[in-house]
Design a protein. Structure first.
Length: 473
């Protein structure tokens, strides 16, 4: 069945590809290169789906969105942009957009989105976009497709009261996502209370969350309000969720199901209205399988999941993140040099954004208001990195030091210089572990025993080999 579709985009190639593909499916397609041109076209005929680019000459797409919704209230609007950010995604959703696409998008992806939009019989009017908080200092930064998907999911879930489980490695910014969800929700004017479960006394977690009455246990000298009650009307964020003890999990599930809490030692329940967001860097389904986390509580908290990708899987985000971080603690920061950006993108970043921030601050101190160079950064292969990765990091740092010594002149004999550093340490450690046995040392090293004897002499280590224990000495 032929349907009417409007494309509003100033990129000729995008318009041509979409029009060709949609026309081939039997639809009537109209193209406008600006919002003003689209207004005129929408005044003559009403499409069922509108593909709207954010960056347009004249009136931009988000500014034009309310007017487009007035001219075509039944149309499903699909917003597309190559310059996505969290505020952009939120404005698109709040403005009544059906979906949000990040450019460059796959043509089949766009066609699937159009097909889903056509299947909707009507799109209800939505409230006009609310004024957002200033986004110039937006904490969550990313241009990668993975982060565009995160922005989209935040925008979709923020207006609801659904429980959200935020997963990802340590340092990926799970609390920032929770704060963003709260900031763009209807509870934005109410408290946002972050609680790090692992930081609480394991014996007092129940009391911390639900409060207690006077005399409820030894040391309870007075009644105390729990954290859930302090978040009444707002949002509570429970980080490191997997560390909640099993008995407390039962009580938390009841609080979620019935919207009330009972303080430790109390007999009366207290009705509360809070939204709960949670986060973990552990494999929560595995915790459920192993019996360390209740399956019913898991499903209750995981109504909507947002997965944060590790930084090493989105290297295109490293430069904008670095620029943003530097501006936070060094407003007059000198732009990053290409070689520094290349160096940063080569690092594994096992500590994710947190590690990047610490490394940048370290480098900025050493640079003393000058340009940041690779040698200003600390050895980055730490944390969960393997010994091999740590060794590789040390070699890189050694190379940077050697290059500084030659002051731009072509280096020579780098390989031999590295062997002079590495071989003595390896030989000494092996020969000491084997208590001077050169024969076994040769086997460990995969070298001829005569070669081992020669190298020990070369590096002045032959004295540590016990000739009496080595029949081939």
């Amino acid at each position: 069945m032929a349907r009417r579709i409007q494309i509003i985009d100033d990129e000729e190639a995008v318009c041509w590809a979409l029009k060709q593909a949609l026309t081939a499916e039997g639809h009537h397609v109209t193209v406008a290169a600006s919002a003003e041109q689209a207004f005129a076209q929408l005044g003559k005929s009403t499409p069922e789906v509108i593909l709207l680019d954010v960056r347009l000459p004249g009136i931009d797409g988000l500014t034009a969105l309310p007017r487009i919704r007035q001219l075509a209230p039944e149309a499903a609007v699909i917003v597309a942009t190559a310059f996505g950010s969290l505020p952009t995604a939120v404005k698109a959703v709040e403005g009544g957009a059906f979906d949000y696409l990040a450019k460059p998008f796959d043509l089949n992806q766009a066609l699937d989105t159009v097909q889903r939009a056509l299947q909707r019989h009507s799109i209800p009017d939505s409230a006009p976009p609310t004024e957002l908080e200033p986004a110039a200092l937006e904490e969550i930064v990313g241009v990668s497709p993975a982060m565009q998907q995160v922005f989209k999911r935040i925008a979709l879930v923020a207006p609801s009261d659904a429980c959200v489980l935020i997963t990802g490695e340590s340092g990926t910014g799970k609390e920032l996502v929770a704060r963003a969800i709260h900031r763009y929700s209807s509870r934005r004017d109410k408290p946002f209370l972050p609680v790090h479960i692992a930081a609480l006394n394991p014996n007092l977690i129940e009391s911390e969350l639900f409060g207690h009455t006077r005399g409820a246990f030894t040391g309870a000298a007075q009644t105390r309000t729990g954290l859930l009650a302090l978040a009444d009307g707002g949002t509570i964020f429970l980080d490191e969720l997997a560390d909640i003890p099993m008995p407390v999990q039962v009580k938390l599930l009841r609080a979620l199901e019935y919207g009330e809490v009972q303080p430790v030692g109390g007999t009366q329940t207290q009705p509360l209205n809070f939204r709960i967001l949670t986060a973990t860097n552990q494999d929560l389904p595995r915790c459920v399988t192993e019996g360390r986390f209740r399956h019913d509580l898991y499903f209750r908290l995981n109504v909507f999941e947002i997965q944060l990708p590790p930084l090493r899987e989105r290297p295109e985000d490293i430069e904008p993140l670095a620029v943003h971080i530097l501006r936070r603690f060094q407003p007059s920061a000198i732009p990053l040099l290409p070689q520094t950006v290349a160096y940063l993108r080569q690092q594994p970043w096992y500590g994710n954004v947190r590690e990047l921030r610490n490394a940048l601050e370290h480098a900025a101190i050493l640079a003393r208001n000058g340009p940041l160079l690779p040698e200003h950064f600390p050895c980055l292969a730490k944390g969960n990195s393997s010994p091999e990765e740590q060794l590789a990091c040390s070699v890189r740092n050694w190379l940077l030091h050697r290059l500084r010594q030659v002051e731009g002149q072509p280096p020579s004999e780098l390989y031999e210089a590295l062997l002079q550093v590495v071989e003595p340490a390896l030989l000494e450690e092996v020969i000491r572990r084997l208590k001077g046995n050169r024969l076994v040392a040769a086997q460990w090293l995969g070298l001829n025993r005569a070669t081992v004897r020669k190298k020990l002499t070369q590096y002045g280590l032959d004295q540590i080999a016990d000739e009496e224990d080595d029949p081939l000495g």
